[in-house]
Ligand binder design. Sequence first.
Ligand code: GLU
Length: 380
Amino acid sequence: MNALAPYRSLTIKIGSALLVDKAGKLRSAWLAGLAEDVAALKANGCDVVVVSSGAIALGRGLLGLDAISLTLEQSQAAASAGQIALSQAWAEALGRHGIVTGQILITPNITEERRYYLNARTTIATLLSLGAVPIINENDSVATAEIRYGDNDRLSARVATMVESDCLVLLSDIDGLYTAPPAKDPGAEHIPMVKAITPAIEAMAGGAASHLSRGGMTTKMEAGKIATLAGTAMIIAKGTEPHPLRALTEGGRHTLFQPSQSRAQARKRWIMGSLAVAGTLQVDAGAARALLTGKSLLPIGVTKVSGEFERGDAIAVLNPDGAEIARGLAGLDSDEARLVMGKRSDAVLELLGAGNRSAMVHRDNLVLVGAQEEVDHELG
Ligand code: GLU
């Protein structure tokens, strides 16, 4: 069975031990095989985002740092030197298939601060729409000990949910989750599918990690919780052999973690659950009617903007009588909204410049008040 068939967009996380050998050298034949797999997925119409580790492992070789454990300063220097080699390796490997790569280095504040988050998401979406493969890593050279993720398992889950991938694939040195860590318990049994990450499942994960990567099964379970709660499936598969993604399309062994709700449901719940709205948009009767038929809220229908908000903040939509009729995520910040309210789309385009930021609230980010039950029914 083709485990990747259901998905149109994938985030693939590659661990350091797959890309870099124990001597600190790039495993270029393996990377060439993986690039071929990625090219085949893209040729089938699947969007691919790669979260690649390996900067520190490559950099320590380049800088001749042979201590078993590096100081934080040494790791940061190694990441800095290694990231150049890592990007170059990806650009060359995918370039052979005519695929352009873009590099994005992420710090946790990018995924936690709404404005950075939206910008990173837009950049990645734009790269994908241009046919490129975004290559993402943590910005280890500047992230301090307290604020860094430290492992790319959780980072990749944040990325997968940020770009709304259908599935996150963690390529690792093990072909999935077992009832106990198999290195310690030879009787451990492989689990093909996990419906929900319960405490019992977490207990099976144990805590082991290899000397190159920081993650073990524990950070993979953390990643799984982030992904599945936001509506993204997760697969853990063995990446050590050549062509690990092709293997997944040909029935290779893995563990699938099912999403606990759909992505639209997750987003709409989040919108309905955000009690504090940062501002309100009052609309005219025509716009109020259009919203009820499932349309986006355009600037021309807005008569008043109240409060200060950023793009992506939760806002309430009020009808001409001042009653709340919908809740949504702002497509424009409050200054932009004040600038373009009441204006026709061509004037809005002129004021804000070209791009897709013309809706005050896009219909995908809008929930009508009283529609929560419908949302549950429609998506449940
Ligand atoms: N970001 C680190 C690197 O590129 C790897 C972290 C991890 O192994 O999960 O070297």
